[in-house]
Design a binder for this molecule. Structure first.
Ligand code: ADP
Ligand code: MG
Ligand code: MG
Length: 348
């Protein structure tokens, strides 16, 4: 353990991941990490407790603290992060988990990369975006979700994972405007070969405001894994709409989806009436129709939130369309810059 004391957090955890405790929680991490992380600031409160900014030597980390009452949620999120091949630039980077005590209460920690810009929800409150930033955000989030949804079949492969709680508060913004997906505590896992669907202990089904019509109508078939992927895509459509509103020269103010049709803490029944009975969806503001980029992005959002789950786009398609749009916008920006330089040179 002393020798480990000189290593960086990453080395410590990489080592512990291969040492394997068999309990789903690396033994070495249990013994060493929490004691050496200093909690600095509380940066978030969610369903299962608090998230803190912490310091480990000279690295910033984020520490999600669960109470012992929520041990099952902590264990679930830990198990999912420990899964092989989960690492991806658009999935929140995981360092490790620990069980520690604070004033003789057991605390369960989940330690991840820290993102100072916070969640996409937080970011959109105070910032507006240009086209390139908007497309970088949504494209990278789609890439993260697409990595989750895809099963990788090799001997140490990755099962398909559906997130089940996609929303702007569970997507974090990195400093280069790309995003990563966090809060994997409700995820479900599927292995094609065995056709095993692992729902975990947790039957809570996500955030009401973002619930797909089939969840609200209680018609979803839980034994069919693709149903959960369609639920994620529906919620992703709502996220695209939230981001698009904050984009361009005349952005709309930040609003959550259905801000104009349900109360601030909507009940299941409020959402069911709006989404299932009235089939309401977020409205595209007028300016989007005459805006080439926003018009396209809005079309993608609509194709994500279809009433019929089977009519929704697969997330891989969403990612590819957003990638093409991003490339076109980048090209236009470059041409625009080149033109400006040319004009400047002429006028000199
Ligand atoms: P819960 O399961 O309780 O909803 P989350 O994992 O979603 O917990 O975290 C709650 C909030 O804490 C997020 O919405 C975000 O604002 C903040 N947060 C979580 N993880 C990080 C992180 N790694 N870096 C910065 N902020 C974070
Ligand atoms: Mg959350
Ligand atoms: Mg959660």
């Amino acid at each position: 353990v002393q020798q480990v004391g000189e290593n960086t957090l990453k080395e410590l955890l990489d080592h512990s991941c291969t040492s394997g405790s068999g309990s789903g929680l690396p033994q070495l991490v249990q013994q060493t990490v929490a004691k050496r992380v200093m909690l600095v600031d509380c940066i978030g409160k969610g369903r299962y407790g608090e998230v803190w900014k912490g310091r480990f030597q000279d690295e910033d980390v984020a520490v999600k603290i669960f109470s012992s009452r929520d041990e099952a949620s902590w264990r679930r999120e830990t198990d999912i992060y420990n899964m092989c091949l989960l690492r991806h630039e658009n999935i929140l980077g995981y360092y490790g988990s620990d069980m520690t005590s604070w004033h003789s209460c057991t605390q369960l920690w989940l330690i991840t990369h820290y993102h100072r810009l916070g969640s996409l929800y937080d970011y959109l409150q105070y910032n507006t975006l240009d086209y390139e930033q908007m497309l970088t955000l949504v494209h990278s989030a789609a890439a993260g979700l697409s990595h989750l949804h895809t099963e990788i079949i090799t001997n140490r492969g990755k099962p398909a994972i559906a997130h089940r709680d996609i929303k702007s508060k569970n997507i974090l913004v990195r400093s280069n405007f790309s995003c990563c997906i966090g809060d994997l505590g409700l995820a479900v896992i599927h292995k094609q070969e065995s056709n095993l669907l692992d729902l975990g202990h947790n039957q809570k089904v996500g955030t009401k405001r973002y619930m797909a019509p089939e969840l609200l109508a209680e018609t979803l078939n839980p034994s069919f894994f693709d149903s959960f992927k369609c639920v994620d895509v529906y919620a992703f459509g709502l996220v695209i709409w939230e981001v698009a509103r904050r984009t361009g020269e005349y952005p709309e103010e930040y609003k959550p989806p259905f801000y104009d049709s349900v109360p601030s803490d909507p009940s299941f029944e409020d959402m069911r009436k709006t989404v299932v009975v009235d089939q309401t969806r977020p409205v595209a503001p007028n300016r989007w129709f005459s805006d080439l980029v926003l018009n396209q992005v809005s079309k993608v959002a609509r194709e994500c939130w279809s009433q019929n789950p089977k009519a929704r786009l697969p997330i891989l398609r969403v990612k590819k369309t957003l990638s093409q749009l991003l490339k076109s916008v980048q090209l236009l920006t470059q041409q625009d810059k080149a033109l400006k330089i040319e004009n400047l040179e002429k006028s000199c």
